[in-house]
Design a binder for this molecule. Structure first.
Ligand SMILES: [Zn+2]
Length: 300
């Protein structure tokens, strides 16, 4: 059985190169896509931004706003994974890893341009964006996002977009609204040659599993350049209500296996893969597409 894991976080503060390689090999993964995370732990230190953040916190009935603030800073500090670091891992293991760069859209346009140059120089396969941890609204950052899509069109790279909730405060849907796939139609329809992967298929939420699954399906139904990864939501392959809907509206040619390792508490690549192998409701042929063939096609 051949497997490509489309969604792995080589976060240096959580896992080192050796441990990562060991897990990838133990799970029998042929190729892992390593994702950079360009997040800024100092983002909330800007007074205006901080006040807005605390107001939202109070509005959503969170009584421990200062505690939340500390947690968010810690998460951002922990998760930061530079493009350079990901590129270094790829350089050390070129047959095992492919790298995706990351650009923090809460920064200004000249920063975005610099990062695009860096991603080109490091020969990364595409750009990962995460509107939750990077605090941006896709439709309020049109010029920067258009720049990224134009770049990906020209350089034949892909865009991977986090969709759904995220841990900590982002479990509150009000804080994760920017990651609703419905907000991406403008870009998906304008840049039909750029493949855009909706990470987590709009579905990740601890409280409301499948939160924006319908929105992800609708986008995929309308546009062929929309792909999906099932990282953090492997139940999309094991629960009949999801499997039937994907079958009916999208098919299995644009769905990718991903583990989100090591950020989903208590699970490894091996355990996610075993969960899927034991319980999936797909035909053997479709499963092979999801685990391997689709990613191979997408990555050329
Ligand atoms: Zn992830």
């Amino acid at each position: 059985m051949r497997v490509i894991d489309f969604h792995v976080h080589p976060i240096p503060r959580i896992i080192n190169e050796k441990e990562l390689l060991r897990e990838v090999e133990y799970a029998g993964i042929d190729i892992a896509i390593l994702v950079a995370l360009d997040v800024d732990p100092y983002y909330l230190e800007d007074r205006r931004i901080l006040i807005k953040f605390l107001e939202e916190c109070i509005e959503f009935n969170n009584l421990n706003c200062l505690g939340v603030l500390e947690t968010v800073k810690n998460i951002l500090q922990t998760c930061f994974t530079s493009n350079e670091y990901v590129a270094k891992l790829v350089k050390n293991h070129p047959k095992k890893f492919i790298g995706l760069g990351s650009i923090n859209l809460s920064k200004n346009m000249s920063y975005v341009k610099e990062k695009l140059k860096e991603i080109k120089r490091l020969d990364m396969a595409g750009v990962k964006l995460i509107p939750t941890l990077q605090f941006f609204h896709p439709l309020k950052e049109k010029s920067k996002l258009e720049k990224i899509f134009e770049f990906c069109e020209e350089e034949e790279k892909i865009v991977v977009f986090h969709t759904g909730c995220d841990p900590s405060i982002w479990e509150e849907p009000a804080f994760s609204q920017n990651a609703n796939p419905a907000l991406l139609e403008y870009y998906v329809s304008r840049f039909k040659k750029v493949p855009i992967v909706l990470a987590h298929m709009g579905s990740y939420s601890w409280r409301y599993p499948g939160i924006w699954f319908d929105e992800a399906i609708e986008l995929g139904k309308k546009y062929n350049n929309v792909w999906f990864d099932i990282s953090a939501v492997p139940y999309l392959l094991t629960e009949s209500k999801y499997v039937e809907r994907i079958c009916k509206d999208i098919g299995w040619d644009r769905v990718l296996f991903g583990s989100d390792y090591p950020v989903v508490g208590g699970s490894s690549i091996t355990s996610v893969l075993n969960f899927i192998l034991d319980r999936n409701l797909l035909s053997e042929k479709d499963l092979e597409k999801v685990l391997y063939l689709n990613a191979l096609k997408l990555l050329g």
